[in-house]
Design a protein around this ligand. Structure first.
Ligand code: GLN
Length: 481
């Protein structure tokens, strides 16, 4: 068994014991990337081998001196390419950032580095995290390791494919409307979106600032808990960062759901859901019920309004956030132009892809003076109602269970031609972001094509440990790995 088939925590243990060196772990990751990268294309950038080995030596020394003792010390990691990494190309998979080397590192990545992580590379994604397939990247598509004719999902498709293909033990992704959970579902890996404000957004290139959260992508629940524990922190540099004194997420790794109340929204298992996905998800619910959870169906209202509200709010925020890419301070600038206005126009026309332009136009429209009340304000009100609906549900239930996506991974090329249809695929994930809730996606089966199905477990705000407990119990019972 190769080193890359270990989980991050297992590999970290071996490194600490001294049976595996940090250098060998890094080399194993590079070797695996070399073997499969031409086919999969999970990465935009793989770091230079010398730089990786120098970092590995530095970490090894600190481990040997007893200065690094946490579970992930020495373990290689891949980072989604929308997190700033000092001196390392950070493109957001966009042409407009083709030459962007940040002068600082995102706080979540810094937290990993402080714990002794060894960064291997930056993963491919939908351009500016807008998309559900990793096909909108300016640097080519990523393929699903389970079947390379299919997409890995998106937008954190590179991170999820890299973990699924064992190119590295774990990765970071970001989730604005499902971008950790949906590709985790498609790639058969475990991904967690934390409560809004738990992981600092400092250095995460903003898409929808009120929705964005960084989170772990890994092989199992134990890894997710350990990674989340490492990356979360209160950060003064992020005005929405929350001070929490319950960041010991690994204490949620308890194999017991006796008496836990689990609700399944009827709307999540009805029309539009692939029957094979439904069967796998309901089977998982049955396993949790057998372990002593009280599982029942209930009505979660407003589900049909989540997609329109999300796409209005996310696009509005994106149109504002992306105004900074103008060819002046950093990033791509058009080669030939006449005057400042023409430079802006040509830079942005050439630098952004079609999906990003669509969102900027939609966002500018819903924020324009004549339409602000009719669209943007209405969407904000809907968001508040969705939060209320979840608040009511969590009076009765500890966890909300459902699928992460209505289907398994579609074929490459099937989704982009009909953006509305693609947006509808986000039905089970976006309300979680609108309400700021934590949610985990874990593998719960496969369809008849051998493509993975993901189970989504949603918790109330700050209840990561509850969903970690439910997911861990399911994992222990189902023996998925
Ligand atoms: N598919 C959604 C979108 O395109 C979600 C993206 C995300 O979570 N970053 O907006």
């Amino acid at each position: 068994m190769g080193l890359m088939s270990l989980t991050a925590v297992e590999l970290g243990k071996k490194i600490k014991e001294g049976s595996v060196s940090v250098r060998d772990a890094a080399l194993a990751s590079l070797e695996s990337i070399k073997k499969s990268e031409d086919l999969l294309h999970s990465f935009v950038t793989v770091l230079d081998e010398d730089a990786i080995l120098a970092r590995a030596a530095e970490v090894q020394e600190k481990i040997d001196r007893g200065e690094l003792t946490r579970p992930l010390a020495g373990v290689p990691v891949a980072i989604k390419d929308n997190m700033c990494t000092e001196g390392v190309l950070t493109t957001c998979s966009s042409k407009i950032l083709a030459n962007f080397k940040p002068v600082y590192t995102a706080e979540a990545v810094r937290n990993l580095e402080k714990a002794g992580a060894v960064m291997i590379g930056k993963t491919n994604m939908d351009e500016f995290a807008m998309g559900s397939t990793t096909e909108t990247s300016a640097y080519g598509i990523t393929r699903n390791p389970h079947n390379t004719e299919h997409v890995p999902g998106g937008s954190s498709g590179g991170s999820c494919a890299a973990v699924a293909a064992e190119q590295c033990p774990y990765a970071l992704g970001s989730d604005t409307g499902g971008s950790i959970r949906q590709p985790s579902s498609f790639c058969g890996v475990t991904g967690l979106k934390p409560t809004y404000g738990t992981v600092s957004r400092y250095g995460l290139i903003a898409y929808g600032s009120s929705l964005d959260q960084i989170g772990p992508v890994a092989k199992d629940v134990t890894d997710c808990a350990a990674i989340l524990e490492t990356i979360s922190s209160y950060d003064e540099k992020d005005s929405t960062s929350v001070k929490r004194d319950d960041l010991d997420f690994t204490s949620g790794l308890v194999n017991n759901v006796e008496g836990m109340r689990i609700g399944i929204p009827k709307e999540y298992i009805g029309e539009g859901l692939d029957p094979q996905v439904r069967d796998a998800v309901l089977n998982a619910a049955g396993i949790l019920a057998k372990r002593g959870a009280v599982v029942e169906e209930f009505d979660l209202s407003l589900v049909e309004y989540a997609i329109p509200a999300y796409y209005i709010i996310a696009s509005a925020e994106a149109s504002s956030n992306l105004a900074r890419f103008d060819g002046v301070k950093y990033g791509y600038r058009t080669k030939q132009y006449e005057g400042l206005h023409n430079m802006y126009k040509k830079t942005r026309s050439e630098g952004f892809g079609a999906e990003v332009k669509r969102r900027i136009m939609l966002g500018s429209y819903v924020l324009s003076s004549g339409y602000y009340d009719a669209y943007y304000l209405k969407a904000l009100r809907t968001k508040a109602l969705i939060k209320e609906a979840f608040d009511r549900a969590f009076e009765t239930y500890d966890v909300i269970l459902g699928p992460a996506a209505p289907t398994t991974a579609p074929k490459i090329g099937e989704s982009l031609s009909d953006p509305i249809q693609m947006y509808l695929g986000d039905i089970y994930t976006v309300s979680v972001n609108l309400a700021g809730l934590p949610s985990i996606c874990i593998p719960c089966g496969k369809d008849d094509k051998g493509l993975p199905v993901g189970l989504q477990l949603i918790g109330n705000c700050f209840e990561e440990k509850t969903i970690i407990r439910a997911a861990y119990t399911f994992e222990c019972s189902a023996e998925m790995r």
